[in-house]
Design a binder for this molecule. Sequence first.
Ligand SMILES: *Cc1c(COP(=O)(O)O)cnc(C)c1O
Length: 636
Amino acid sequence: MSEQSSWSINDACQLYRINNWGHDYFEVTQDGHVGVYLNSPKGKKLCSLYEMVEGLDSRGINMPVLLRFPDLIQGQIKELNENFRKAIKEYEYNGVYRGVYPIKVNQQEQVVEQVVNYGVKYHHGLEAGSKAELLIALAYIKDPESYIVCNGYKDAEFIDLALWGCKLGLPVFLVAERPGEIETIIRRSRALNISPNIGIRAKLSSTVEGKWAESAGDHSIFGLTSSQMVEALDTLKNENMLQHLKLLHYHLGSQIPKIRSVRKAVDEATRYYISLVQEGAPMGILDIGGGLGVDYDGSKAANDNSRNYSLMEYCADVIEVVKKNLDDAQIDHPNIITESGRAISAYSSVLLFNILDTNSLTEKGMPSELPDGMSQHLEYLFGVHKDLNENNLQESYHDAIYYRDEIRNLFQVGKISLRERALGDEIFWATLKIINQHLGGLERIPDELQNIEKNLSEIYYANFSVFQSLPDAWAIDQLFPVMPIHRLEEKPSSHAILADITCDCDGKVSNFIDDYRVKPYLPLHNLDKKPYIVGVFLVGAYQETLGDLHNLFGDTNVVGVTLANDGEIEYKEELAGDSVEDVLSYVEYDIKFLKESFRQLAESGVRQKLITGPERRHILEVFDSGLRGYTYFEEN
Ligand SMILES: *Cc1c(COP(=O)(O)O)cnc(C)c1O
């Protein structure tokens, strides 16, 4: 059997680990496409992403596009709430769970609307970290049992808004992040004559591992130390306001990799909670912040891109620890808030782009013989290649590098022609390719040969901007699952890294998920057939608004996808991506001026007889349509 005929869709599932990170939402269809499960009145249905791309293409909506699946936000809200309910029942816990979604994780209107509308059946509220976010929360939350938690730096205006929210019957909590905030809250609530709901953010000594670890511990920027908490208590007592202290909050940081850290922090926080009750505060709510992890690489391991616990384990551990400590202290169980953001929204967005072109260092292959009259060094390098066998891999590697460098040096001083140098590079890469093929058969790969695989990867030019659409992949090396969304019945033939279309050498994705390691390449298919579409998954948290306009690539097209009542795909809430005109105006260009200035250039071209009048008209039309166009590569 040939390799190709022994390849099955199952192999693709294993290669891209989709069943590990896909979380019952993503799976490969029988046609070899990536599918997403969407809900219809008739039940769940696996829908091909590639067919969505075709559907959008026929409607004139181009790549790159961000697909949003509101069903997946619903799925996550449901799962979070039901797991907490289960744990509460199991441990006979007396409080309730009330989640709040932190708006900063994905502030897009469609997302917040979805969270609020669907969340109402669980009284799932919102967390606001700024005035703007509080305004959103006040406008969207209608349910008097859904909490609004205000974190972040608060001025008097912010506090006033929160107080007016309380007066209107919403449970808005003002969490003091700094010692001085308590006084402002007291002052403003007196001025407006509104009773505040006060919370305190504790600076725990428990810290966590991972990329987002700085939110807790002595040097975190937010939260009150134990002595500041004592001061706050004294202030509240002196001002006769202690009866308004109802909530203790902490936030360890995002994407907590280990369940042990979750337990330790809850354990420490309950000590503070108990002490506040013992000091006479009514309390009633323990808000354990965000940090519930997402298993981006599907490894279920305690690393930056995963978590070593299940959602049920998380909920059970929190409830168990709180219950035990409060029972021991004979204090009523508080309601539990989590500010889980990433876990709610990460699954719901998928970034799709087309591959424009590829570039391979090895594509020329090996000449069968050297042309006459080549430099001696090329003969040597050619010899290294000819004599290469599995017993002299390391030696051949050293020799190949030595002669390649010699050839480059000779080119540098003018002793070797451009054609000789090019031939030298081709022989060099062909040699490395063969060394790499032999490595697969070795028991242990020598350290210095381990990077060969990476260096041999082909570059796939992808129609998107890392800076705009995957800022965390650029800024903090976060890994996301990446895979082609079709042709999965076909064995991929290349090892690729992705280069975006910004002209920045950081504009690439060269680390990919794997089991327990980071893979330096992504297996992809050849580009014989276009379009070839690649998806980046789990990008619904933090990626959309952190992105920037590097090289003036703007927002991508965004489309929400659900199933209509008849079970057919429905494209909802299409948001056209930025036009060139849009991004130019973001950086303060005056579009009228640009047009006028270019018109003058064209007009002077006519006067100088460089172009004709009709050509002028055509050129101005091209300029105009360029301004109205998409900022990304448009293939037609
Ligand atoms: C960012 C943030 C969150 C969200 O954390 P996730 O890890 O996304 O769940 C929650 N609370 C606070 C205070 C935050 O700053």
